[in-house]
Design a protein around this ligand. Structure first.
Ligand code: UTP
Length: 461
């Protein structure tokens, strides 16, 4: 069927000859289907993405310095003051929790949305339940409403929503949950040609966690938050069961420092740990990805022998709603990054073996240098970060369950209970405390004799 002339010209202007040829081979029905699919194709955006990835954004090594950080615990009086500010914001209903769950989780390989993965040491509660119960516990503690925003992608949106529905929203009120899907980007092959997923559709993939900011705006959730008087968005990733979805200390330091975009950080295990690091570039804090950090800077040590650039990024943020509004409705935008991936492709009427192609994504931390003020808070890894990314080895279900059980063991000990430890000092691997029972030692202490003896398999619900 003939291609409408405006589309043909646009495709020609962007050198998309393969798609024009493919179109020429389609019958009317398939042609119309492909046309419907192409209605959402934004060729200028794709051109900008390609340009971004060609130009790169990594600063010169001489400009890179360690950033200012607030260290949790370094100043207990300041921590107390910040905590009480954060608690006030929570009591006043100014905070929403926000999980980005649009990723594909290819490394873990779990069938279904990653948030449905059974994550806890004894009960195997899914990640979504862990976050929901922590949010529910906080809303009880602060006697306030804390909406839970869940960003999905077109691929997992329905499954995510029905998972929550099947589990009665894990105790949260339905009206306090907002599900919305992020955008997608087409991918290109090594000749720069758009890749087909089927005879009548382009291959598309989620546009990265940076897409969350635009998705908040485009879905109307940002406007809803404004109407509800919520101006603090507590952002986290779906893979980390140790996260505190609404941390008063972090919220308080965000407020106190007048920050528009704040980040938690954990110190890198070693120079080779593959996480982005916070750096200062000409007075602005930003994240440089592991692969973009020159080797000599990666290894550089300060006079005390510590890594010079050791503040690792763990994707836990507080973001001001007005800042997201300004960013998504103004001229500023996040740069695209390229990821070379194997892409299941379709050619000449049939699926073919995956081909090498380029996907385009934006990263949420690229919003940081666009903010007028930012804040980074360094926290102990063992309390806040044990992600499930890989099937095994580092950052796997096993290491994460271990970290959760270890945290529960520390809480129990701090509350005065005796935790049996083996010769190497390891606590039992099967310990679990529901977020609805306790969020730390203080709450455990008040449970007293209800707990009994601590043993492997103990699960406090
Ligand atoms: P990762 O970078 O770990 O990617 O995402 P992933 O897609 O989950 O996993 P792999 O790389 O395929 O194994 C970090 C966080 O960002 C979210 C993920 O859901 C996760 O919470 N994310 C990532 C999105 O929400 N959208 C995206 O487009 C990408």
């Amino acid at each position: 069927m003939p291609l409408p002339s405006a589309l043909r010209e646009a495709l020609l202007a962007h050198d998309q000859l393969a798609l024009i040829e493919h179109f020429g081979r389609l019958n009317m029905e398939d042609g119309n289907r492909l046309l419907a699919d192409l209605a959402s194709l934004d060729l200028p955006l794709l051109a900008r993405a390609r340009e971004d990835t060609r130009s790169g954004t990594t600063p010169a090594a001489a400009q890179i310095a360690p950033p200012p950080v607030i260290v949790r615990g370094a100043n207990p009086a300041a921590d107390r003051e910040a905590t009480s500010l954060g608690e006030q914001a929570l009591r006043n209903g100014r905070v929403a929790a926000f999980v980005v769950a649009g990723g594909q989780g290819t490394r873990l390989g779990h069938p279904g949305p990653k948030g449905t993965y059974p994550a806890t040491p004894v009960r195997g509660k899914p990640l979504f339940q862990v976050f929901s119960e922590k949010i529910l516990a906080a809303s009880r503690r602060y006697r306030s409403r804390i909406p839970f925003l869940v960003m999905t992608s077109p691929e997992n949106h329905e499954e995510t929503q029905s998972f929550f529905a099947q589990h009665h929203h894990f105790g949260l009120r339905e009206e306090d949950l907002r599900f919305f899907s992020q955008g997608t980007m087409p991918a290109i092959d090594d000749r720069g040609q758009l890749i087909l997923a089927s005879q009548t559709s382009l291959f598309r993939s989620p546009d990265g966690h940076g897409g969350s900011l635009r998705a908040l705006q485009a879905s109307g959730v940002l406007a809803w938050l404004e109407k509800e008087g919520i101006d603090l968005i507590s952002y986290f990733q779906v893979d980390n069961p140790l996260v505190n979805p609404v941390d008063p200390l972090f919220l308080g330091y965000h407020e106190q420092s007048g920050s528009e975009f704040s980040a938690k950080s954990v110190w890198k295990r070693n120079a080779g740990e593959k996480v982005g690091v916070f750096v200062d570039v000409q007075g602005k804090t930003r994240v440089i990805e592991y692969s973009d950090l020159p080797a000599e800077l990666r290894e550089a040590k300060d006079p005390a022998g510590r890594l010079k650039l050791g503040a690792g990024s763990v994707a836990i943020h507080v973001i001001g709603r007005p800042f997201i509004e300004a960013l998504t409705t103004g001229d500023l935008r996040l740069p695209f990054h390229a990821a070379r991936k194997d892409i299941p492709a379709y050619r000449d009427g049939a699926s073919v073996a995956p081909i090498k192609g380029t996907k385009f994504e934006t990263f949420v931390f690229d919003a940081m240098p666009l903010a007028r003020r930012t804040m980074v808070m360094l926290v102990p890894r063992e309390d806040e970060f044990a992600p499930i990314k890989n099937r095994e080895g580092e950052d796997s279900p096993e290491t994460s369950r271990r970290a959760q059980a270890d945290q529960f063991a520390r809480w129990l000990e701090a509350a005065g209970f005796v935790v049996p430890r083996d010769d190497q000092g390891n606590a039992p691997a099967g310990l679990e405390i529901s977020p609805l029972v306790a969020d730390g030692p203080e709450a455990l202490r008040s449970l007293g004799s209800r707990i009994g003896a601590v043993r492997d398999g103990l699960c406090l619900e």
